[in-house]
Structures are given as structure tokens and as C-alpha cells.
Write a protein that binds this ligand. Structure first.
Ligand code: NAP
Ligand code: ZN
Ligand code: ZN
Length: 319
């Protein structure tokens, strides 16, 4: 076992604080990395505060991890010490079930998430802090055929939303940001959106009726999804990736125009690599604010207030 420094929450009301964890030695197929940076996803906040009611304390959040390989197991072929490596939301799955074979490891019954998950040895996994926001937006945009000429609405301009805008624009779609924050109008254009609509303004919202092929809904809290359905063309789809802890109210009539509400959960390993290659090729980068680990609790509060442009990333040199 190897003592490792981390930051953990010990109960729903507690701030994250320094916490020493033990890491097992790498197994034959494991890669050990020194974490350099880790993004802060709103899911970390839901999880640290037990807003989804399945947190196991103490919890060490973080699933947007990049670093350098320090050690590899005997059977590892694709990585060697010194290589750059990245870890997203999951660290293991069975590789044999239909979902694993279809590249949907995130839906494997034996998936082990990067944190808050039981590892094969019975211990609980701990995270570290582009690998969630990028794949979570890329996967549904591809699945629902967003391409040149598509009209895409991105509802909520946060960490996921800003990647949705950039990836949607890179796929050739005409992108509109649908936001309840008037102050994000200029950013929306800068990030590559063609239009911006303030959803809390009744006039602007009414003008959106029947506009979009697809709306990518990234909102982290309870909100009016029935209104979003009204902004779709006949036959359009709202893809929900935001994970509101409270159920959303759905008006039946809003669906009758051959509309659909779909959902999407991160993405598999092969598609995550495809997303990274796509973003590298098209120079799609995240807009980040780098903070030391000591400011992680402040970063949580600012994320909740919508005061993040557009992803906090922790520099682990500070740990
Ligand atoms: P974030 O950076 O906090 O962004 C969320 C955005 O939602 C905010 O910037 C805000 O955008 C909007 N919003 C927040 N509260 C709102 C409210 N009360 N009413 C209307 N709009 C509101 O969060 P994130 O990291 O992008 O994550 C977003 C959600 O996706 C979270 O619930 C997270 O757990 C979930 N998630 C799901 C997956 C998946 O696999 N499905 C993966 C990662 C994250 P505006 O200011 O522009 O309105
Ligand atoms: Zn996430
Ligand atoms: Zn499986």
C-alpha cells in the first residue's frame, strides 16, 4: 500500500479537507499515474453533498484526471512510465457483457467508477479530480445526428454546456445557447455559438418555439423541461445530460409533436478516445480557471452560483 494525499468530504454538510488515503500497488493490468490536473464537475458537488443519495463517505471526488504514468503492471502494453495519461469517470468493467462489447462500458453492471464505487478488492475507489464534460456532450450529439446544418440548442452554459457549444459548432451545427444568465451572452458568441437566448425573458423564450432539431439539456437543477420541448421542431429531441436531484415535471402535450426526451451518460472508452482525437484535430479546447486544491470548496460554491468560466481545474502541484 502506498500512502497518498487527497481531499475528502466526510458528510453531506462538510467542506472537502485534506485526507490521507492508501493506494494499492498496481496490478498486472494497472497503470499508476502522478495526477497533474483534475477538473471539477458539478457531479462532484452533487456527490460530495449526497444530493443523489448514494454517496459513501469519506468521498474523494474527481473524474477528469490527467497526469503522467509513473509505473505500469507487467501486462500493460500501451503505456510506459513518462507517458501522458488520462482517466475519466470509470476505471474498470467486465469487458464481456453486451454493453462492454458495444463500447458502452459505462452501462456494464460491473462498472467501477473512478470514485464512490466498490473496487474488485472490496475497497471504495477514490478519485483525483475533459474527460467527463467532453465525452458527455460529444456522445449524444453524435448519437442524435448533429451535423452541418443541424439546429442545436444548448441549455445551460456551464462546464458541460460550454463543451457542448464548441463540439456542436465543430460538427457544423448552428448553435444557440439557452441560458438563464444574461451575463453569458458575449461568452456564448466567443465560444462559437451563433445565437443566445435568455430563457428567463418571456419574449425571447416565446421566439424559440419550433426552432431546434436537438436540445442538449445540461442544467444541474430542477427546471422547466416542458418549455424546452416547445422549442423543438416537430420530431425533435431533448437530450438530458444534466442530473437534477429533483424529478422534472413533463407536460404530456409538449411531447405529442413526435418529440422525445432522451438521456445520456458519459461514454465508453473507445468513444472517449474518438472525442479526444476529434477535439485535438479540430482544436476544441476547454476554457478553464486553474485553482490550487486549497480553493476547492470556494470553487464548489462558485460553480453552484454559476460563477465559473467554464471549468475549474485543480493544479495538483498544490497538494
Ligand atoms: P455547471 O458547470 O454547474 O453548469 C450547469 C449550468 O446549468 C449552469 O451554468 C447554469 O447555466 C444552469 N443552471 C444551474 N442552475 C440552474 C437553475 N436553477 N435553473 C436553470 N439553469 C440552471 O455543471 P456541469 O458540471 O456542467 O454539470 C451539469 C449537470 O450535468 C450536473 O447535474 C451534473 O451532475 C450532470 N452531469 C451529467 C453527466 C452525464 O453523464 N449525464 C456527466 C457530467 C455531469 P446558465 O447560467 O447558462 O443558465
Ligand atoms: Zn462529471
Ligand atoms: Zn460489462
Amino acid at each position: 500500500m502506498k500512502p497518498t494525499k487527497a481531499y475528502a468530504a466526510h458528510n453531506p454538510a462538510a467542506a472537502l479537507q485534506p485526507f490521507d488515503i492508501q493506494r494499492r500497488e498496481p496490478g498486472p493490468k494497472d497503470v499508476e499515474i502522478e495526477i497533474a490536473y483534475c477538473g471539477v464537475c458539478h457531479s462532484d458537488i452533487h456527490m460530495a453533498r449526497n444530493e443523489w443519495s448514494f454517496t459513501q463517505y469519506p468521498v474523494v471526488p474527481g473524474h477528469e484526471i490527467v497526469g503522467r504514468v509513473t509505473k505500469t503492471g507487467a501486462k500493460v502494453r500501451r503505456f510506459k512510465a513518462g507517458d501522458a495519461a488520462a482517466i475519466g469517470c470509470l476505471v474498470n468493467s467486465c469487458r464481456k457483457c453486451p454493453n462492454c462489447k458495444a463500447g458502452l462500458e459505462q452501462h456494464c453492471k460491473e462498472t467501477i467508477l473512478s470514485y464512490n464505487s466498490k473496487d474488485r478488492d472490496g475497497t471504495i475507489t477514490y478519485g483525483g479530480y475533459l474527460l467527463c464534460a467532453g465525452i458527455t456532450t460529444y456522445s449524444p450529439l453524435k448519437r442524435f445526428g448533429v451535423r452541418k446544418g443541424s439546429r442545436l440548442g444548448v441549455l445551460g452554459l456551464g462546464g458541460l454546456g460550454h463543451m457542448g457549444v464548441k463540439i456542436g459548432a465543430a460538427l457544423g451545427a448552428e448553435v444557440t445557447v439557452l441560458s438563464h444568465s444574461a451575463g453569458k451572452r458575449a461568452d456564448a458568441k466567443r465560444l462559437g455559438a451563433h445565437e443566445f437566448a435568455l430563457t428567463s425573458d418571456a419574449k425571447q423564450a416565446a421566439a424559440l418555439a419550433g426552432r431546434f432539431d436537438v436540445i442538449l439539456d445540461t442544467v444541474s437543477a430542477d427546471h422547466d423541461i416542458t418549455a424546452a420541448l416547445g422549442w423543438l421542431k416537430i420530431g425533435g429531441t431533448v437530450v438530458l445530460v444534466g442530473a437534477s436531484p429533483k424529478p422534472l415535471a413533463l407536460g404530456a402535450f409538449a411531447l405529442l409533436g413526435r418529440k422525445a426526451v432522451a438521456g445520456s451518460l458519459i461514454g465508453g472508452i473507445a468513444e472517449t478516445q474518438e472525442m479526444l482525437d476529434f477535439c485535438a484535430r479540430r482544436k476544441v479546447l476547454s476554457d478553464v480557471e486553474v485553482v490550487p486544491i486549497q480553493k476547492v470548496n470556494e470553487a464548489y460554491e462558485r460553480t453552484i452560483r454559476g460563477d465559473v468560466r467554464y471549468r475549474f481545474v485543480i493544479d495538483l502541484k498544490s497538494l
